[in-house]
Design a protein around this ligand. Structure first.
Ligand SMILES: C[S@@+](CC[C@H](N)C(=O)[O-])C[C@H]1O[C@@H](n2cnc3c(N)ncnc32)[C@H](O)[C@@H]1O
Length: 429
């Protein structure tokens, strides 16, 4: 999180994955209006507001509308610190009775960047003690801790010199949109799928053209894309921690109005979205997830091998996170003379799979742009394609690149592996 010298009073912090800040800021400005004071930070963005009432209303809106944010944190205390006692004093000064009653529960989490403190657990304990002591002093009773489903999730962020106490208004992280029940072995987080679409500037407008994920797994990319194309708010189908917190009690009507207004904006998609997977089980999962996400009508699913799939339109955007060697197998049918399985690819090697994919796309997908998320920094040479973009992204702890390949006839390098029967390719474009 960022450290700045200006007042953090009446501010919200919206963390995001590293590298996603620029798109998050654009997303927040689009949701809150151009006059909103949105400041990029490291791993997130801060929204400065005029008073507590606008903090509450803005927290509702971001929880409902953000596809890239991980949660919405309301700053309730911020000061320099040197010792755990300073943290206790910081949290003790907050009017916790405005947030919960002693019958409600809490949990304190800690993040830190170069904190001088030795034990983050002890720091969390001091914050918890301060909240409990303060409520007991004022109301005669103290709340309990619930590590599973706390009603008041508190986050303490420790920098080298400054400590900030936040209330997490989201509760469950925002990537949990509320529609995914069926997952495959390696599902993407919805926030990462949204970041891939933001990086590609694919907004579901007619000029963006069709979108295809031929290795769709649980369908995350296609479903995010379809919700964007249909104008469905990402938070429309889930619950939030703020629903049980004091500052939001008066806002029940405003929250309902905001949700109704979001619902009224839902429309038919301007572009078709296609998805499929070699495994019927995955296409089935993805179809059921799309149903729950309200976008079954917007996606055409087809079980099939990406190495043989014909293009569903003359041009468009391919977007996928293909099987990773160490996590999941490629089950293509091309390259039947494959060697023994390597790196857990069930048939053939990653080189054969990606070479086959490149050859297939080069032959049949000219006019398409392919965006591939991969932890393999050498993917372009494995595919024998020259990337036109290389965007750093993190898939959880795995450092990845989102590569863009523009498929034009002759875009593969000489000697590239080819799909069965495909002619050898021309030099790079
Ligand atoms: C990393 S997962 C994709 C995860 C997906 N983005 C999600 O969020 O659930 C890769 C998927 O590629 C599929 N796959 C492997 N080989 C394939 C092939 N030749 N054609 C199509 N899909 C394939 C696997 O079944 C798996 O579901």
């Amino acid at each position: 999180m960022d450290r700045d010298n200006e007042s953090l009073e009446y501010s919200l912090y919206v963390p995001c994955a590293a590298g996603v800040e620029e798109w998050l800021v654009a997303e927040l400005r689009a949701a809150l209006g151009p006059a909103a004071s949105v400041q990029p930070g490291r791993g997130g963005a801060r929204v400065h507001l005029a008073d507590a009432a606008s903090c509450a209303e803005t927290a509702l809106r971001i929880n409902l509308e953000s596809r890239l944010g991980q949660r919405v944190l309301w700053c309730v205390a911020h000061a320099g610190y040197r010792h755990e006692d300073d943290l206790y004093a910081l949290a003790r000064a907050v009017r916790w009775g405005d947030w919960i009653t002693p019958r409600q529960t809490l949990r304190v989490d800690v993040t830190s960047q170069h904190s001088p403190l030795r034990s983050l657990n002890f720091a969390a304990l001091r914050i918890k003690d301060a909240i409990c002591d303060q409520l007991r002093e004022v109301q005669g009773e103290r709340p309990n801790v619930d590590t599973q489903h706390p009603e008041l999730p508190v986050l303490l962020h420790l920098g080298p010199e400054d400590a900030t106490v936040y209330v997490d208004t989201s509760g469950e992280a925002l990537f949990k949109r509320g529609w995914r029940e069926d997952t495959g072995e390696a599902p993407l987080k919805e926030t990462l799928a949204a970041a891939m679409l933001a990086a590609a500037q694919w907004r579901g407008h007619a000029e963006d053209g069709p979108l295809l994920d031929p290795c769709c797994g649980a369908g995350t990319i296609a479903i995010e894309a379809a919700q964007i194309a249909c104008g469905i708010a990402p938070g429309a189908m889930r619950r939030f921690a703020f629903e049980r917190l004091g500052p939001f009690r008066e806002l029940e009507r405003a929250w309902q109005d905001m949700r109704d207004a979001a619902q009224a904006r839902v429309h038919a998609p301007a572009v078709p979205i296609f998805a499929g997977d070699v495994a019927f089980r995955m296409t089935d999962f993805a179809t059921r997830n799309a149903e729950r996400a309200g976008v079954r009508h917007a996606i055409e699913f087809k079980t099939g091998d990406a190495l043989q799939r014909p293009p569903p339109a003359s041009a468009g955007t391919l977007m996928l996170n293909p099987p990773y060697g160490e996590r999941i197998g490629a089950k293509g049918t091309q390259g039947s003379a494959r060697t023994a399985p390597r790196e857990n690819f069930e048939q053939g090697t990653p080189t054969e799979f990606f070479g086959g994919l490149a050859a297939h796309w080069k032959r049949h997908y000219s006019g398409w742009s392919a965006w591939i998320l991969s932890p393999d920094m050498k993917l372009p040479s494995v595919m024998r394609l020259k990337e036109s973009r290389r965007v750093p992204m993190w898939n959880g702890p795995i450092e990845c690149r989102l590569f863009r390949f523009d498929m034009v006839a002759g875009s593969a390098r000489p000697g590239a592996p080819t799909a069965a029967g495909a002619p050898r390719s021309a030099p790079p474009a």
